[in-house]
Design a protein around this ligand. Structure first.
Ligand code: DQA
Length: 151
């Protein structure tokens, strides 16, 4: 599908431990490996007329520096910072200064798990949050970003 969108570059950013998908508890995270998840997101993005680019790290400073560098390279962000979501004020500040529209995604339903997962320090710098939808949640996030980029 083509949208004719000029701004269609989506940075899909994964944080700590998400490279280990496929080895993590399937009850929360499903059975897709990280590579399979990225392939699925790539296909969904293409179908929506978006171009997905991927970044994953287990190092918080690298995640922050990647956000610093996005200016001019991306039009929107799909963000799953993993456990950093719940306490990384550094990632929150970097997201704020980066200024791009971002959608927070969690594979699992963070609000139905331990109390510490109910807190998100990045949420108020995101235009939307998708949680508990597994891999489909990334498609939801892409659709939401596409709406935003069409404005
Ligand atoms: C997660 C939820 C976080 O609480 C957890 O630390 C993760 C993955 C999710 O996608 O459901 O690593 O962000």
């Amino acid at each position: 599908m083509t949208t004719g969108l000029v701004a269609n570059r989506i940075e899909v950013m994964h944080g700590v431990n998400l490279d280990q998908l496929g080895r993590r508890p399937a009850t929360h995270y499903g059975t897709l490996t990280f590579d399979e998840l990225e392939q699925r997101i790539t296909a969904d993005a293409r179908e929506l007329g978006l171009e997905a680019r991927f970044f994953q790290t287990n190092h918080e400073g690298e995640f922050v520096e990647h956000l610093h560098r996005l200016d001019g390279l991306a039009d929107g962000i799909v963000l799953n910072p993993g456990a950093w979501t719940h306490y990384s004020w550094a990632i929150r500040d970097a997201l704020e200064l980066c200024g791009l529209p971002a959608v927070e995604v969690h594979l699992s339903d963070v609000d139905a798990r331990e109390d510490f997962r109910k807190v998100s320090v990045v949420r108020d710098h995101c235009i939307a949050t998708v949680k508990g939808r597994g891999p489909d949640g990334y498609r939801d996030a892409l659709v939401r970003l596409r709406e935003e980029l069409q404005k």
